[in-house]
Write a protein that binds this ligand. Structure first.
Ligand SMILES: [Zn+2]
Length: 275
């Protein structure tokens, strides 16, 4: 058994149970309490620390309104890969999560929404069958009940341990996003650091409004792979949220302190009469 304190902080970059945290971006020493008060944004350089789904819910949803669904879905081992089950179990113990996404319903300033929050902590936020199914269920729940959907992404891409089954989740989630769109119900995406691979190549880019946290890494393949393929050096800010905004892939970059207010505004601005 892990002690509850450790569990709570385990997912933040280097935060753990230490009283003083070192910012991975500017190396400043920050008191953990101060970091908490700052919503886990470095007060010196603005680096946005990774959040657990529980922390994200606490920052965004109205208090005690989040009701999780599909909570018990866990991975099988579809291509019988040696060691995969053990790896999943280990990640479940380390993160206190069942898989790399949590989905549920909640209100934000009293407005109903379906929300999904990915966790980079669980196997690098990789999308296997369970992530694909839960994202799909969130999108379909939005379509069925005409409720806007907000998805927070954080992913290293498809979960290669599930082979072709992980790649199929791209088509599955993209189809579900299309069904949501067909009901004229909005999908809001919040890209958090880092969002890459098969998640970027599917539902993460299908939002009606796509928000990113400052300086989040957003891309498909890694820079080294791309440099090797095209034989050219890439710009310094390549694949940052700011770079992607300039090129039209991201609509707005929103500081974590403004995120709840922004999402609340988007929900009210897109509210349908009679919804
Ligand atoms: Zn910093």
């Amino acid at each position: 058994m892990r002690d509850s304190k450790k569990e709570h902080y385990a997912s933040f970059d280097d935060v753990d149970t230490k009283k003083i945290v070192t910012c991975p971006s500017c190396s400043s020493s920050i008191h953990r309490k101060r970091l908490e008060d700052e919503l886990y944004v470095c007060p010196e350089c603005g680096y946005h620390f990774k959040l657990t789904p529980a922390e994200r819910i606490a920052q965004i949803a109205d208090q005690n309104t989040f009701e999780e669904f599909a909570a018990d879905l866990t991975s099988r081992n579809p291509i019988a890969l040696k060691g995969y089950e053990a790896k999943v179990s280990q990640n479940q113990r380390d993160s206190d999560l069942k898989d790399a996404v949590v989905v549920g319903t909640c209100t934000i300033d009293g407005q109903e929404t379906v929300m999904g929050i990915m966790s980079f902590q669980f196997m690098g936020g990789s999308m296997g069958s369970v992530v694909g199914e839960k994202i799909t269920q969130a999108l379909l729940q939005g379509a069925d009940t005409n409720t806007p959907v907000i998805l927070f992404t954080a992913s290293g891409g498809a979960r290669m341990q599930e082979g072709i089954f992980s790649l199929m989740q791209m088509a599955k989630t993209a189809s579900a996003a299309a069904l949501l769109e067909a009901t004229a119900t909005p999908l809001f995406i919040v890209l958090t650091h880092p969002t890459t691979g098969g998640v970027t190549a599917s539902f993460a880019m299908l939002g009606d409004v796509i928000i990113a946290e400052p300086r989040a890494l957003i891309g498909f393949a890694g820079p080294r792979v791309i440099e090797g393929t095209i034989g050219q050096q890439l710009p310094k800010d390549f694949q940052t949220a700011e770079f992607q905004q300039k090129r039209g892939f991201v609509d707005a970059i929103v500081h974590r302190k403004e995120l709840r207010r922004t999402l609340s505004f988007l929900l009210s601005a897109h509210a349908k009469r009679g919804r």
